[in-house]
Ligand binder design. Structure first.
Ligand code: 5GP
Length: 251
């Protein structure tokens, strides 16, 4: 694997970033670690990294096809992607279609209730503070993004949600909610553009089977539902990328 002789630039809960082969590139390595509740619950799930690598690559490629600009360049192997270097905006952008998770809890909504329209929420990316929900006012006051950037982020997040909702509907899955991250990237001409970054996978979305309502995402781990890997494999199978991950047990 390419990462072996390299010193990490940064290690997160689910991924490690290594310097890429060229200036402005990074290698994103997907770990097998599963974490929940801000790292209080942790486990290793053999093959999860390879599954998320392929699922996320597949979804980012679909997004490229509809003109969404992302950091993804190509898959290098089972666990690694070549990505563009971006400066991550420290905001988690959540888009919700159905009440679940913290929204259902906070507002006392019945889990599974369709929302009147897709709702965008912002959380500060800060594990120590538990990723608190923040408003646009906080974002502007602390200069985490300008009003124009936040408009572009919200518009892009809703477009991604619309497109992926349709894609997953066709695969018999309901996109309940998802978390997105964006970053700034310096172009060759010196201009700065906004790119979708991080990953989109069962670690970062809620996906329910349309017939049974069963979760196919990290809630299986968070809520001790069992068969966590089978859930991720089901998403990969429906996207047609499961075979590409079948030798993942060797990594
Ligand atoms: P909730 O706020 O209900 O816990 O999460 C909403 C959606 O965003 C879920 O799909 C959840 O997986 C995702 N999400 C929220 N925060 C995080 C985070 O810190 N890490 C990851 N991987 N996903 C998150």
């Amino acid at each position: 694997m390419q990462k072996k002789n390299k010193k990490p630039l940064r290690e997160g809960k689910a991924k490690i970033l290594y310097p890429g082969p060229k200036r402005g590139t990074i290698i994103q390595y997907f770990k097998d670690d599963l974490t929940a509740f801000n790292n209080q619950k942790r486990e290793q799930l053999l093959g999860k990294g390879a599954l998320n690598n392929r699922i996320s690559a597949c979804l980012f490629e679909y997004l490229h096809e509809i003109g969404i600009r992302t950091h993804f360049l190509k898959c290098l192997n089972m666990r690694e992607q070549l990505i563009r270097e971006v400066e991550i905006i420290p905001i988690e952008v959540l888009v919700r279609n159905i009440a679940a998770g913290t929204l259902a809890k906070k507002l006392g909504l019945k889990r599974g209730m369709p929302l009147p329209r897709a709702i965008v929420e912002y959380c500060l990316k800060n594990d120590e503070l538990g990723d608190p929900i923040i408003s646009a006012e906080h974002i502007f006051a602390f200069s985490w993004a300008t009003p124009d950037e936040l408009d572009e982020i919200a518009e892009t997040a809703l477009r991604i949600n619309d497109f992926l909702s349709g894609l997953f509907t066709g695969l018999g899955l309901r996109l309940v909610d998802l978390k997105l991250e964006f970053g700034h990237c310096e172009e060759e001409d010196g201009s700065v553009s906004l790119l979708l970054a991080d990953e989109i996978s069962p670690d970062t979305c809620r996906l329910w089977d349309r017939e049974t309502g069963e979760a196919r995402d990290k809630d299986r781990f968070r809520q001790e539902m069992g068969e966590v890997k089978a859930g991720y494999e089901d998403v990969a199978r429906r996207l047609g990328v499961l075979n590409e991950t079948s030798i993942s047990q060797n990594f």
